[in-house]
Design a protein around this ligand. Structure first.
Ligand code: SAH
Length: 346
């Protein structure tokens, strides 16, 4: 398997059969070897710098009904909230003062936050903080809407494909959502000029090496600027409440593989990774990640953006605790930097 890893590091691509073989034979020794190579690749582009993003979860109202998600429409137990423009700008002011230069606006697909309202919000954030980057993560929309937001000043967009395997996509989503539209959105976003992030949940129900191989082939083709990978974590009051969580080891392995395939990608050690292991974030960096997205939402709503159970939102997860994040990163030889942290070209 080391020969496949070496080749991935050299050629940045594998065939479907090779991906499946590599994913099937994952073990501790292969992982150690992979992580060493992944760290080398990360250093070539980003050194030991860790970029931070202030995550503002501005609405947990959603018109969609994804089977895995704790804020799905059918979950009547979710306590719904929406931040106002003023509350969001207050988060940005606070974040800017502590050193955040990217704000990620993430939310459900909330009809109360229509295209005009989001465009105006983006414009007012960029007006108040011209040197910041704004990342949107608000789901599937038409190309014109994405274009409006880009023209309003949005720099980046996060939309995980969730799975590139069409049958697997249908297993995770209700019939009104389609894998074709999900992928169409990603291609539109790229064409418009966003820095684009895709990604998936490691260990989601029904996922095996065959499904993951499709994800790698798809990501090779899309060439995203960012890839978000965290473990699936079951959420109560959802159809997948009793499914097992994705493992730390699988998540780390996938991070390492993505780093070798797309060496200059921006790769976060996600909140979900921190949730399944107390040192998840550090282990993510050691597997090739270089981004952290602490929570900048107002403390009063943080626990309500419950995509899954036991989601972290305090401690190092809180954007305000930058000092402890700095120390944790320093303990593994990484350095938190104050910068927009844009994608570097190859
Ligand atoms: N509405 C936006 C944002 C979704 S939330 C969108 O559609 O893109 C961001 C990510 O959280 C999702 O893309 C999904 O991959 C992840 N997520 C949702 N439920 C999860 C769960 N139970 N475990 C782990 N990750 C989950």
């Amino acid at each position: 398997m080391k020969t496949l890893i070496d080749r991935l590091g050299r050629e940045h691509a594998l065939s479907r059969a090779e991906w499946i073989a590599l994913l099937r034979s994952r073990d501790a020794e292969t992982a150690r070897y992979l992580f060493g190579k992944a760290r080398e690749a990360r250093r070539r582009y980003y050194g030991d710098d860790v970029y931070i993003r202030g995550l503002i979860e501005f609405t947990n109202c959603c018109r969609n009904d994804c089977y895995y998600c704790g804020i799905r429409r059918s979950n009547t137990r979710a306590s719904r909230y929406r931040l106002t423009e003023e509350e969001i700008l207050a988060c940005c002011r606070e974040g800017w003062a502590i050193g955040y230069r990217t704000f990620v606006l993430q939310g459900g697909e909330d009809p109360a936050w229509g295209p005009d309202r989001i465009a105006a919000l983006v414009a007012s954030i960029k007006q108040a903080f011209p040197a910041c980057a704004v990342t949107l993560s608000v789901g599937e929309h038409d190309r014109e809407t994405y274009r409006r937001w880009f023209e309003a000043g949005a720099d980046r967009y996060l939309l995980r494909q969730e799975t590139a395997d069409n049958a697997h996509y249908r297993l995770l989503h209700p019939p009104e959502l389609s894998p074709e539209n999900r992928k169409r959105c990603l291609w539109d976003l790229k064409e418009i000029g966003y820095q684009v992030g895709c990604g998936l949940m490691a260990g989601s129900p029904g996922q095996g090496p065959e499904q993951l191989a499709e994800d790698f082939l798809f990501m090779r083709e899309l060439e995203p600027d960012m890839v978000g990978i965290g473990p699936f974590v079951p959420a109560r009051h959802t159809p997948f409440a009793d499914q097992p969580a994705g493992s730390l080891d699988l998540t780390l392995f996938l991070l390492g593989l993505v780093r070798l395939m797309l060496p200059n990608v921006l790769l976060p050690a996600t909140t979900a990774l921190g949730t399944v292991h107390p040192r998840g974030r550090e282990l993510g960096m050691l597997a090739g990640a270089n981004v952290c997205m602490p929570n900048l939402s107002p403390p009063g709503v943080r626990d309500k953006y419950a995509l899954y159970d036991h989601k972290l939102c305090t401690g190092e997860e809180a954007a305000q605790n930058l000092q402890s994040l700095r120390e944790r990163m320093a303990s593994i030889g990484c350095r938190v930097v104050v910068a927009r942290g844009d994608h570097k070209p190859r």
